[in-house]
Write a protein that binds this ligand. Sequence first.
Ligand code: SF4
Length: 737
Amino acid sequence: MAINLTRRNFLKTASLAAASVPLSKVVAKAETGVVKTPLIPPGSFKDTKTAVGGICEMCFWRCQLVGKVRDGRLVKLEGNPKSIDNGTAICARGNAGIKLLYDPDRLKYPLKNVGKRGAPKWKRISWEEALNECASKLKGIVDKYGPHGLAMFPHGASAKYPMHFFEKTVGTPNVSEASFFQCRGIRDTAYVATIGTAPGENVDMPNAKVIMLLGGHFGENVHVSHLKRYLKGLENGAKLIVVDPRFSASAGKADIWVKIKPGTDTAFLLAIMNYLIQNDKYDKKFVEEHGEGFETMAEGISEWTLEKAAAICDVPASQIKEVADLLAANAPNVSIHPGRHVSWYGNDFQRERSLACLTGVLGAYGVKGGFVKPKGPKGFGKVSWPHGEHEGENLKEIAGKYPFAPPGTPTELIRDAALSGDPYPIKGCVIWGQNPIQTIPNQQRTIRMLKQMDFVMCVDVMPTDITMFADILLPECSYLERYDYIKKGTQWNFADKHQQYVSARMPLVDPGFERKDGVWITNEIARRMGYGDKIPVQSQEEMVDKILAGAGLSIAKLKAEDGIHIQPGKDPYGISEDFTVNFANEDLEDEGFPAIPTYIPVEEPPAGYMRLLYGRAPVHTFNRTQNNVWLHAAMPENPVWVNDKVAKRLGLRDGDRVSFVNQDGVKSRTTTTVKVTPGIREDAVYMYHGFGSMNPELTVGYNQGVDDQSLITKLAVDPETGCSGMRNNFVRLVKAS
Ligand code: SF4
């Protein structure tokens, strides 16, 4: 049966949308949160108590933690030994959370900017004064311009509660999460358009015979249980195909490394599918039972010969055939990874559609080693701000663009409207845990947007670059000092004994200085703005308890179970009879987009320039960890990978320092070192994202390495979703004197 992917249904569905530290003994039963522990760790960790219920947020993966606490001070973080997800392992960043907690540069008190935006002078003020000013300024903007006069840029678990207040109750439609519009939004919407559900990272790698990664660079990209799945798959003998212009950590382990030309991945995938179809190497039974529009796609992609794709992708036709044959020989037990950060070239919806369709061509849905949706626990309660009565269209509707956008508003539409005042002015900005200076392309436009605001409020843990532009800056508790997030799921290896887990983030230590949690801050502002009667919960504990209550759990019960409740799970394998792969999708066609996956060429580098590629570092989470003294010691800056032949032509040697100039003449503020390697194509350079912070209050990370985002001045907007493709920028290197 075909999925009825009307626009309304689509939007509804879209919204659903390593360092190991072993513990030798189990944690004691909790009494009141911080418990006496039977663990007697050696050396400096003796005489500690173990606090349970921690959930890491040094990255979005959110591993389950315990903390060693002595005299109210956290001295060590470890994986919770009861965890069936990350287990006792946490990564280097997870370990270094303690240096975030006690970072002397952390925000401690509410601050008022008595200088200029971008060149702040901070004055410490009381919470009363700060809240009064935030509420009166925000209310004044809503009264004058309507709720459309506000924009919000949230990020992280604690930003959900305030996001829903501003979006639903106050009524601003101008909310943009970087996690959607600069990261995974395209992936989720493309899979929804193809199989009716967002994919997560749910490929059954431990049980796969072949794993294929497009741009995935596991090992540099570290998320503990995900990495465990990948490594288990390799240990079990899975063949690895890595498609990447760079010899990444994953390419170093690959059986086949496809050194593809950037931006051409969809051509590569179309040729594989066409080859499999033309040579009867696809899963006919699966396609007959679960395919919709297969014939249309087969006919539409029939032009994609191996030779045609080879010329475009700049790889041998024989290698594309080798990949296709390896997949076919091992189908359906193949993991075609959907990726995570996929906003690359502005043609990314088509690439993600192609990945979802290739999985269908191989019959790899719901089978061991394939795409598998784990069946996690259900029945949780909801805490929700009430919807106000708001009229008017949002920016997407007014622009008549991006019908397949993920939840929220494309960042670029908000910035355009704020800068032009068209279709309406946006004069107030709430930034909560996000750093749009280093997440949104074209930094100078973001700065201009902020400077034209009547009021900018920031809530953060650290003085990130964006906080320099705040009028009022509020210090938030870190993830180690607050309740907020429900982490739930199943055992990390889907084939193991079926179990489900539920945990909730609990503080491991009390907040220091005058830091407050997001529920408290939001409620205090809401009250002062006149929404006191709409407040859904009075505290973060009440919020978490209400959510847990729906599943028959509570904070007290979780504490009594060492922070994690485990219950029997369900077999995740198999698909329903009506599971459908929309190889062709008429709803896309109705909106003016190709019904079948389609290759859209990208811009070539101008003469003398190379494409700027970027990615994740193993010991940093973008700019959020630049000031962490342990992680900085492990990786203080982001060297630029340059092809050895190119380096020779440019007279560059390994370790030379360089600055950058991009295609628009924008120069990097800082320099970094050159890493000369044959492991990258001649037409591209590569660096880790998130370095070169501009805020001198980050005394460790300030000006360390180069901020790649400052060089990303051109964005390629994905036409279906409005997400920001950031890899159509080109640089030349200038040797530093
Ligand atoms: S992968 Fe590392 S940083 Fe991310 S949540 Fe787990 S321990 Fe924390």
